[in-house]
Design a protein around this ligand. Sequence first.
Ligand code: NAG
Ligand code: NAG
Ligand code: NAG
Length: 531
Amino acid sequence: MSHKYMKYFKLTLLAGLLFVVTFCFWSPSSSVGVNIHRRQGRLGQKLFNKKIENLTFGYPDIEYHIKDDVARSLAQNSCVCLPGEETFHIPFSNLLFPRVWAHNLQHAFLENHPDPEIVKRHRAQEYDNFQRRVYSPADMLNIAEANSPLQYPTQGVEVQPLKTILIPGLGLKQKEKSNYRVHLTATLGTFNVAATVDMVSVVGAGKKQMMLSSPLLSSLNRQLQFVTYTNAVFHPKTADSIQFATEGHQSFFTIKVGHRIVPKLYNSGHSEEYNITSLVTIATKTFLRYDKLQDLIDSIRQYYPNVTIVIADDNEHPQPVTGPHIEHYIMPFGKGWFAGRNLAVSQVTTKYVLWVDDDFIFSANTKLEKMVDILEKTTLDLVGGAVREVTGYTATYRHTISVEEGGPDGDCLHFRNGFHHVIEGYPSCVVADAVINFFMARTDKVRQVGFDPRLSRAAHLEFFVDALGSLHIGSCSDVIINHASKIILPWSKTKTQKTYEKFRYTSVGVDKNLSNEIYYFKNRFKCMTSQ
Ligand SMILES: *[C@@H]1O[C@H](CO)[C@@H](O)[C@H](O)[C@H]1NC(C)=O
Ligand SMILES: *[C@@H]1O[C@H](CO)[C@@H](O)[C@H](O)[C@H]1NC(C)=O
Ligand SMILES: *[C@@H]1O[C@H](CO)[C@@H](O)[C@H](O)[C@H]1NC(C)=O
């Protein structure tokens, strides 16, 4: 019995460790560009894991006795699809005591599918990519080996709300004494032991404070391997700060409390080459320019005959826009630019959304496959292209944005022309914080940021300010779309106009005030600088 449980403990921990290892590949760096492929390297990962394993499973010779009730409450990493048991049967018992029912999704969905194996493989691959994107080294288990007498996990301990885990890596290293003693204190949960060890006294099991003591250091260390933590205060995403102390020494570490991240994967079918129709939706907002919009649609159809086009329209007198794979959404008159972007993006069902203005024209250089490729292979969430003006001038409108702490009056926002670094393997692509109005993005990530619908006219950079710190943004100069209008846009302005651009945010009317309010109040800036 006890042997079986120990095996399980080890498996649970090892599964966690292996999980971490799978995301850490060592890849040699190159002198040109920075590698932002999803595989992040970490040198000596195997050695590191061996060390953690050693620190976690020492003293195999010391006996222990499983405490069934605590051991059973430990989270298991393998759920099975079974309904709750019916304990008794009386009329209407289902209404009085609703039973837990189970619906086998795998069976239900794959049953009618012509090729279930391909679906499974595709889902596994999408999930793998998702995990590589969300992985952070800060989530990895790490243990501070005792150089004060205390050994404890410094990071990487996680528990689901109201669930129980074993705390890995606790230990004590001390000189000969007659009695060894440690204290554990939590704020949002309680401690217990999943097994007991002879010659160790445990006081406060099931409480927020627990004390362990023993005349034998090795027995105390063995006992520390079975210490459990149970979260007691529900919060979907928080952390408990744990104090671990012995006479004259104390340490603190955190246990993250949170639900597992539920991924949002797109079932885009599987093919050797990128299927733009199933991966991308083109979104645009139109106002007063139906002739331009028709030219855009015609140009898209030359290269992508079946791709879905979503159009948000806030004209006063809307005209029909028809054709296959077109969704035309009429909005109240003059709702504006960002409201239109929000509406269009909200209707997208594909993994990626491509934003275009209604006066852009696709050409042979508008290779959406290139954008899909870089989004598939790197951690980028959004990638901008280039817009070619009628004059032949091509712009990428790359900016960096930074926020400088500014005290009680607010922070300072800095826009600068340029980018952070070139992307390895994509010589025409760079990483930046803001890009041009022609970009492709992960649909779910853009929705997370959203477009502030109050911004009805000259808005663009505001979205990228909201996205700062949550979207990884790139720009590729070799995916080019043509601009049909002669209307002058920010990136094609003359010197005088650029000077004007500096004061764009202090221009006339309602928008001036709104932009000021958004930056001052919503984003809590006191100052903005720009080139
Ligand atoms: C782990 O422990 C084994 C045996 O106890 C030892 O041979 C090995 O060197 C240790 N590894 C590390 C990384 O400490
Ligand atoms: C591409 O995707 C579309 C829509 O999902 C589908 O109808 C089409 O057959 C796919 N094309 C290929 C070549 O797989
Ligand atoms: C577009 O759809 C039509 C009709 O469904 C199909 O015949 C054609 O092969 C598709 N074209 C592409 C490039 O997917």
